[in-house]
Design a protein. Structure first.
Length: 512
């Protein structure tokens, strides 16, 4: 009480004006004009008032006092809270507490079973070229074999999950990736080299789809939060794997280095799924084969209902396939996937041609992974607010990156290239997810996402081969850089002319 009595009445009146006083612009204006030379002193006094209130009234806060934030920030916070964003209520916390073991499994599978094979692959191309004398087209065809297999795997792995369950599917998929990495110890021919790519193609989509199903079945109120936490495994892998594989190749050679990347799968990811403590709560698809199957009239009614739903779904898909927007988005997705994955798979070779050391190459690619994590939030916000127009602008970043690649010897351009490439690559991770919903709504959303994912994988298979082919024809990447600077511009033009119906409707809903 003595502390509260020491505060003047003038200072008490300022307590209700905290948002204005804490606004940097308002304080600067009042001090410069000399209207209130005690503004900062009054703010300190108001802080003392809040401290006194907490000492004398516990955690209770005076009704007239707001948190010391600017009016704009307070308004944004209030709006987001009322809109239900940043949800972390008791229901969400309860789900995370009960099912955290499944999150640990998903995190480990993405880090060791998905990220390690995916992000280590570009570092062996220069090694196999030097050892076997293969061309860059032949070396990077490994990625084409991987992604062509992934296209098929992405379409059928969902059915396998329904039959054998999430846990078994996870074990099989990440084990195939680990076997592929170990197989590099004995690779000596192109056929064996490409067979390894086929195994890797099954591992990536299998693990990723299985984890999505695991999260969707296990978490409900906190599904998005849980998926974000699980995806940290892939994000951390993108930052760490380039550094680790560079050290291993430099110390033990490329064969033992790439094989050592499978140790995380054998020693952590697979064993953790056999531990009883982590098997609790696994929501496998065994219920599909339960003993209490419907029979008789119930089974006939169920089959009739399913047939009606399937017929309706097919009709809706036919209407969507007849729309111009469906093909514009498909064409744009294919083109940007070609350009993006060409640079991703040839990145180490491009840096080597620019005269960069192995260590600097690893640091640059690792920095792309770190910046990409930050860019996911920004890119997602751009697509939410600008839809297809924002996607077109993000595609242009891939073109800018292609032009910057011509001058990687300049340190400033090298850093700019890393930022631009990270942002452009991030756009491909979320573009079809957002634009499909904005253009066609949520009807048949799952099927459409599967189609566009398969289109992405086809582009991923074409891009590395095409860039390698052009390099072998010309002896340099200059013609490739020119071509891949034009391709994203064409994709951006296709996206720009799309008619998006969902976004205007969404804006109309928020208007009072």
């Amino acid at each position: 009480m003595q502390l509260r009595a020491a505060i003047s009445r003038e200072s008490r009146e300022r307590i209700s004006q905290w948002p204005e006083l804490w606004s940097r612009k308002a304080i600067g204006v009042t001090v410069r004009r000399g209207r209130d030379r005690n503004a900062h002193r009054s703010i300190v006094a108001a802080c003392c008032a809040l401290l006194a209130s907490r000492l004398t009234q516990g955690s209770a806060e005076p009704a007239a006092i707001r948190p010391p934030v600017s009016p704009s920030a307070f308004a944004i916070y209030t709006r987001f809270r009322r809109a239900g964003l940043f949800r972390f209520d008791e229901e969400v916390r309860s789900e995370l507490r009960q099912n955290w073991r499944q999150l640990v499994v998903a995190f480990c599978c993405l880090l060791f079973g998905f990220a390690a094979p995916s992000f280590a692959l570009p570092f062996i191309y220069s090694e196999v070229i030097g050892e076997f004398g293969w061309t860059r087209e032949q070396a990077t065809l490994l990625a084409s074999a991987k992604y062509l297999t992934g296209t098929v795997a992405a379409l059928i792995v969902g059915r396998f999950i329904d039959v054998i369950g999430v846990r078994v599917m996870l074990i099989l998929s990440i084990a195939s990736g680990a076997v592929a990495l170990v197989n590099f110890l004995w690779v000596s021919t192109l056929s064996g080299y490409y067979l390894t790519g086929v195994l890797l193609g099954f591992a990536g989509p299998g693990a990723f789809v299985a984890i999505k199903v695991l999260i969707s079945r296990t978490f409900h109120a906190s599904q998005g939060t849980a998926m974000g936490l699980a995806m940290l495994g892939s994000s951390i892998g993108a930052a760490l794997v380039p550094l680790i594989i560079t050290y291993l190749i430099g110390s033990f050679g490329w064969r033992y280095g790439i094989a050592a990347m499978s140790l995380g799968t054998w020693l952590v990811a697979i064993p953790i799924m056999f531990l009883p403590f982590f098997r609790v709560g696994f929501a496998d698809g065994d219920a599909l084969f339960s003993k209490s199957r419907p029979a008789g009239e119930e089974l006939v009614a169920l089959n009739t209902s399913r047939d009606a739903v399937r017929a309706e779904s097919r009709q809706a898909l036919k209407k969507i396939a007849a729309m111009r927007e469906f093909w514009l988005l498909a064409g744009a997705a294919l083109l940007v996937a070609i350009a993006d994955q060409a640079f991703t798979q040839h990145q180490v070779l491009i840096f080597n041609d620019a005269g960069l050391s192995r260590e600097l190459t690893a640091l640059g690619i690792s920095a792309m992974g770190i910046i990409g994590v930050v860019c996911r939030v920004i890119v997602g916000n751009v697509l939410d607010s600008s839809s297809n127009k924002g996607a077109a602008a993000l595609y242009i970043l891939i073109s800018i990156g292609s032009l910057l690649a011509l001058f990687l010897g300049n340190p400033l351009i090298f850093m700019a290239y890393i930022v631009v490439r990270a942002a452009g690559h991030t756009a491909l991770l979320v573009d079809t997810m957002v634009l499909t919903k904005h253009a066609f709504g949520t009807k048949n959303y799952g099927t459409l996402i599967g189609i566009y994912t398969a289109i992405h994988y086809v582009g991923y298979a074409i891009g590395p081969w095409l860039m390698g082919r052009l390099h072998d024809m010309d002896g340099s990447y200059r013609s490739s850089f020119a071509l891949f600077a034009v391709i994203p511009v064409v994709a951006a033009a296709m996206i720009w002319v799309m008619k998006v119906e969902f976004r205007p409707l969404r804006k109309a809903k928020v208007q009072p």
